[in-house]
Design a protein around this ligand. Structure first.
Ligand code: NAI
Length: 290
């Protein structure tokens, strides 16, 4: 498989990391967001990250200069319809994603691969309204946070996805130091499904908003359980809004299995705009503010 140019739509937590990772694989990257200024800010952060890697000796100065020329921000109506791959990393809302993919289906050349970074939605359902030809070129590519560091990439094949496309993508990632695996198109795929109880049971153990309990539970799971991060630290990193949407989606798509039931504290945190690191406060407080 040869990929030269990629478009990343959604320049938030994930889009930013995914865009940086692809740039570091020497692809040309167009970064797009509903909020153009926000996308420019994300690009700035990517450049800062390149500079940090250069200063710590992890990247050569020449490489950084070349990467900075390969990535740029575009407005949605200016994207290159000849790109090889589009990865969507916008909010976890079904209507927003299906609308975007319908537009992309019409806009992009016929063999462009369309992919979603969704954490929980069915790939078959996301592709259902697209042309039949496009459905075979539609796939789930689920990165983990932070995308530049985490090795796992879940590749999800919908009912109509071309099997060869899935296999070729898995090979492509594995050749670039990611660990890609093929997942069934089942709610939450592998990691998010298994992790639901990591968050859910921790929320039930805490019961209500109590930072002392959050840090106690995090410490127990790290020091005794051997996890790198506790559930509350991890929810703050992921974004509590995103985590809540994913929980709701998995709960609904498993016909309301009780073990996946969301917790009212997640909803209260979202209503209070305590979304985690990205807003400066979540279960814990952070220095940077929204
Ligand atoms: P985020 O909230 O940080 O960023 C979402 C971005 O999408 C925002 O900048 C927003 O302006 C933009 N956006 C919203 N609607 C748009 C549209 N119609 N067109 C263009 N841009 C639009 O969200 P985050 O955390 O980056 O999540 C994005 C996707 O990645 C979600 O599907 C989520 O489930 C998935 N994901 C999230 C992970 C995480 O740890 N946060 C991990 C893996 C997957």
């Amino acid at each position: 498989m040869e990929l030269k140019k990629i478009i990343i739509i959604g320049a938030g937590t994930m889009g930013q990391g995914i865009a940086q990772w692809f740039t570091q694989q020497n692809l040309e990257v167009e970064l797009v967001d509903l909020n153009y200024d926000f996308a420019q800010e994300s690009l700035k952060k990517i450049f800062q990250s390149f500079d940090k890697l250069k200063n710590s000796g992890k990247l050569e100065a020449d490489a950084v200069e070349s990467f900075k020329k390969k990535i740029y921000v575009k407005k949605m109506n200016e994207i290159d319809s000849n790109a090889d791959l589009v990865i969507e990393a916008i909010i976890e809302k079904m209507e927003a994603k299906t609308k975007l993919f319908s537009d992309l289906d019409l806009l992009m050349k016929k063999n462009t691969i369309l992919a979603s970074n969704t954490s929980s939605f069915s790939i078959t359902q996301l592709a259902a309204n697209l042309s039949l030809e496009r459905q075979s070129r539609f796939i789930g590519i689920h990165f983990f946070n932070p995308a530049t560091i985490m090795k796992l990439v879940e590749v999800i094949k919908g009912i109509e996805t071309d099997s060869d496309l899935a296999t070729s993508l898995i090979d492509w990632f594995n050749q670039r130091k990611k660990i890609a695996c093929l997942c069934s198109d089942s709610p939450g795929f592998i990691v998010n499904r298994v992790a639901r109880n990591f968050y859910g049971e921790a929320l039930r153990a805490a019961g209500n908003f109590d930072p002392e309990k959050f840090s106690e539970i995090d410490s127990v799971l790290k020091e005794v359980g051997g996890f790198k991060m506790g559930p509350f630290e991890l929810m703050d990193l992921i974004g509590i809004d995103i985590n809540f949407s994913v929980t709701q989606s998995i709960y609904d798509s498993t016909f309301q299995e009780v073990r996946f039931k969301p917790h009212s504290l997640q909803r209260d945190m979202v209503n209070a705009r305590r979304l985690g690191r990205k807003t400066g406060k979540g279960f814990y407080s952070y220095e940077s503010k929204e």
